[in-house]
Design a protein around this ligand. Structure first.
Ligand SMILES: CC(C)(COP(=O)(O)OP(=O)(O)OC[C@H]1O[C@@H](n2cnc3c(N)ncnc32)[C@H](O)[C@@H]1OP(=O)(O)O)[C@@H](O)C(=O)NCCC(=O)NCCS
Length: 313
């Protein structure tokens, strides 16, 4: 097999929706400020559900729609930075819940860039012939890491999971990954830990980095796939802030209809879950440009980034 392709998607979001009006009762903020600076209107919060619950929910939907059986799956990767469990891994727990009997299972932490990193890892596994089908999941319970007294960050984060089933294929529909990191600026997004880990960031520095330096990485990801950015039928970037998405698309001179994912408005920043969540929700609504090139691109803690052009399922 010379490559792999995405054959199915699935997602899971907890039921409780936290609105900007709800946040107004918790910290000194207001709906207008949040919408203007971030574009976010709502986010979903997991009360009783764990990262494993959400990951298994998304994965079971993706597996069901793939038409494969659990024993077909040879690899399960869960991208997460918020899971409390270390061992057994979330991936192993998901395999147990889905009755996947014989897969290599592991978690991968590359913060918000985790899903695209995991997608490349699974693609490389399938190319190498070490498995025929893989389950790749991004799942986060960011509400566990949120300082609910910090108005600068608690408005941003949300919970959820998205999953993709990949199959080895003669037709390489997952393009070469472009990935990297800038550890010299690693502390710009971090988990601070004095008894309980919580999310902290230098918001303006991250905003500047994402809008000034990452458009060139997007161009590079397209070049590696043998296309120009103008050939993209869609771009699904990390859903951190609508202003970042719009500033990047202006720099790249992308048409409005190419920037197909704006799920940040409804889901906030769900870290490693954000790209597969947005992708799967669009697939469910029939909004994906099937058979055409779409760039997946994610960035965040590390500072790190990862992205690849896929042919949309
Ligand atoms: C976080 C972010 C929305 C803040 O927006 P900003 O325009 O940079 O705002 P600032 O931090 O400069 O704060 C401006 C003012 O708003 C205030 N403010 C901060 N949060 C607020 C809130 N929720 N409601 C009302 N006011 C708020 C600040 O205290 C500050 O007040 P001051 O001028 O009196 O000091 C923005 O920086 C951002 O999105 N950065 C990128 C984050 C990101 O993408 N991270 C990815 C991690 S994967």
């Amino acid at each position: 097999m010379s490559g792999s392709r995405v054959v199915a998607l699935g997602h899971h979001q907890p039921q409780r929706v936290l609105t900007n009006a709800d946040l107004e009762t918790m910290v000194d903020t207001n709906d207008e400020w949040i919408r203007q600076r971030t574009g976010i209107a709502t986010r979903h919060i997991a009360d009783d559900e764990s990262v494993t619950d959400m990951a298994a929910g998304a994965a079971s939907k993706a597996l069901a729609s793939s038409g494969l059986t659990p024993s077909d799956i040879g690899q399960v990767i869960v991208a997460t930075c918020s899971a409390i469990d270390r061992c057994p891994s979330i991936a192993a727990q998901v395999a147990g819940r889905l009755n996947i009997p014989d897969a290599v299972c592991f978690d991968l932490n590359n913060a918000c860039a985790g899903f695209c990193t995991a997608l490349a890892t699974a693609d490389h596994t399938l190319r190498a012939g070490a498995a025929k089908h893989a389950l790749v999941i991004g799942a986060e319970k960011m509400s566990d890491l949120t300082d609910w007294t910090d108005r600068a960050s608690c408005i941003l984060l949300g919970d959820g999971a998205g999953a993709a089933v990949l199959s080895a294929s003669d037709d390489a529909q997952i393009g070469p990954v472009t990935w990297g990191s800038d550890p010299s600026r690693g502390n710009a997004v971090r988990l601070v830990d004095d008894w309980q880990p919580r999310f902290a960031q230098e918001g303006q520095a991250v905003f500047r980095w994402a809008t000034s330096e990452l458009p060139a990485v997007v161009v590079q990801a397209c070049q590696r796939a043998g296309i120009a950015t103008k050939d993209l039928a869609g771009i699904v970037t990390h859903q951190a802030n609508l202003r970042i998405i719009e500033a990047m698309s202006r720099k790249l001179d992308l048409r409005d209809d190419v920037v197909i994912a704006r799920d940040v408005v409804h889901s906030g920043n769900t870290s490693a879950a954000s790209v597969p969540l947005a992708l799967s929700k669009m697939a469910e609504r029939g909004e994906l440009p099937s058979g055409q090139p779409v760039l997946l691109f994610a960035f965040g803690g590390g500072l790190s980034w990862a992205g690849q052009v896929i042919t949309c399922p």
